[in-house]
Design a protein around this ligand. Sequence first.
Ligand code: NAD
Ligand code: G6P
Ligand code: MN
Length: 443
Amino acid sequence: MKKFSIVIAGGGSTFTPGIVLMLLDNLDKFPIRQIKFYDNLAERQKHIADACEILLKERAPEIKFVATTDPETAFTDVDFVMAHIRVGLYAMREKDEKIPLKYGVIGQETCGPGGIAYGMRSIGGVLELVDYMEKYSPDAWMLNYSNPAAIVAEATRKLRPNSKIINICDMPVGIEERMARAIGLKSRKDMVVRYFGLNHFGWWTDIRDKEGNDLMPQIKEHVAKYGYSLPEEVEASQHTDASWMHTFAKAREVYEVDPSTLPNTYLKYYFYSQDEVAHANPNFTRANEVMAGREKHVFGECDRIAACGTAKDTTLEVDEHASYIVDLARAIAYNTHERMLLIVPNNGAIANFDETAMVEVPCIVGSNGPEPLTQGNIPRFQKGLMEQQVAVEKLVVEAWEEGSYQKLWQALTLSKIVPNARVAKQLLDDLIEANKEFWPELK
Ligand code: NAD
Ligand code: G6P
Ligand code: MN
């Protein structure tokens, strides 16, 4: 059986150890001969790499391990690039979240002005990874979950049209796991779904079990009462960050706007922007919560492992839900024809929608990549929202490409989250100042 070589780009990510543990858990399904870490920040990556090296030596000594900041070393002789970079780190995420709040506008990692600012930083970083891959391992595939995935996907579609990159998101998978638990199924894999939308902007239209029985009524009954919260979680909430608990509960109100479908959680930012502003603490946003929580825990634990020289008693956890990344790699490697939600060029999958839009729909994945499944015509409500949002995403990519101030102002003005063109301009000027190091110069 062929053994694969992979590079994790963004080796210093808080998600890297969970993904390494997940890969180790799946070696019988997806054998690995080499894991490389690549990052452009040696000091940050070192904390994670030193610990993962110990962990790999203890649990799978046959796997060769390399951590590097040199693109040639990283991208030579690899079958898959698993990419999760964050250009600008949490320091810039914090600004994406806090600058809009000064204007009473929600600040969020991937939605509205924060997502637009992050997009302007990410495009160049992700294109650079694609170019390294094509230069050093032209047969490799990139599985990219660097955010903001919608904008990054549009940039790769437009600027690297022939590259073997697939953009993915774990939110639908996470929500489907909650749906499955809510109605007493063992796993989301017992469900077959129809879904359409843009990344962080979509709806389930049909959910069935393997026998074809309709599960929507039961799931809707749960969502109408609890959103995507699970009642047993209410007591166990100390194990789940408060902001995510709020998001899962808020899905109840998002669902009410169109009870014929089930919504992605991210729609709350568009439907109830002002509630989110009211609920936000402008001095302590999600970036602060993550730095004080996940980042502190992961880096602290990695440093502890390096200091004791063993990972035997580690508290690092397998990121089990990230096994969808293995499903995707396997689908390509073994032509499994797995059905998965991916972000792909529309090309008619949504019949009454821009064929050049990057949409999130179920696809059948095989050795030559994803084949989208037709979702037919979508209703006026979702179509209207998506047309506005896809135009925002396309304007951001055009602004990046052309260095256009005007187009980025238009993108912000068009965003449903921004109240008017004047606020859009003030926000833009603040964001330009904050992102000087990262954005192309705008004229
Ligand atoms: P993080 O800051 O901990 O890790 C990102 C790493 O990328 C850092 O070590 C940083 O040095 C590195 N990096 C930044 N720019 C780079 C570049 N140009 N080249 C190489 N390395 C670079 O962030 P995190 O919270 O662990 O998240 C990582 C990424 O994964 C983010 O983009 C996040 O939004 C994304 N993510 C996406 C999904 C999804 O659903 N698509 C799910 C989870 C996380
Ligand atoms: C979900 C989304 C990702 C996003 C992440 C943020 O998983 O699908 O796209 O990056 O949430 O999580 P965080 O814990 O960093 O706020
Ligand atoms: Mn996502």
